[in-house]
Design a protein around this ligand. Sequence first.
Ligand code: S5P
Length: 260
Amino acid sequence: MLKKIKKLPYTDRLNYCVNKTAKRLCEIIASKQSNLCLSADITDSEKLLNLVDRVGSEICLLKTHIDILSDFDANFLIALKVLAQKHTFLIFEDRKFADIGHTVKQQYAGGLYKIVEWADISNAHTVPGPGIIQGLQEVGSFKQRGLLLLAEMSSVGSLARGSYTQASVKMAEDYTDFVMGFIAQRQLTQNPGLIHMTPGVQWHQVDDSLGQRYILPEQAILENGTDIIIVGRGIYQASDPLLEARRYREAAWEAYLSCC
Ligand code: S5P
């Protein structure tokens, strides 16, 4: 018998969110009835923009890996922002910062990508300790950005588990004005103001050849209690990405509603 985790509707959850981006995300989720994040791991900017325009109606959040684009230029970001407005979704740059505060601050604000200028959300490993949050916050809170902590990973043999995961939860709870939630495989805290996002979600495969492990959308939400599913290859490699995105959105939304 499946043990369901109880959830509040997103319209109520936003009242518990301290971080402004988390609140905004809850509003978008509720109005679009979508707790689906597309992981658009595409290396050609035109193909990426076409994909996002096609499936934008289905997603609350778009996750990018800006450094895999082979033809990056600033116009790409302008076009991406136009699509984010057109379809009403937020942008999450999956940068996975992992250095000391002083260094990540420069990586977040500067370099080629100037992530803080355009990404509503980014994420960080907790391995360096709370200094990484403090460094990113010095840049990000000024623009009311949100940070996700990688408390767990989807891949086989991940070291992010047990006391590491627990310490990451404590770190999030100490910085709720900037940290808006987690990348994790399951719900880690009862605090409804922190949002859990789960990658490694797919219907058609259980793994890939490089350690990725997949669970089903229903499993992620009903059994594991996550809030948002992150789907990449399951959508952009489908013969009809829009249809497939719609199926993931509907499944994830129904699953979430049944927990409320
Ligand atoms: O634990 C993790 C954390 C992340 S952010 N496992 C992951 O797979 N990811 C990211 O989610 C990964 O970098 C990739 O962009 C996406 C999963 O893509 P898919 O094609 O396997 O769905």
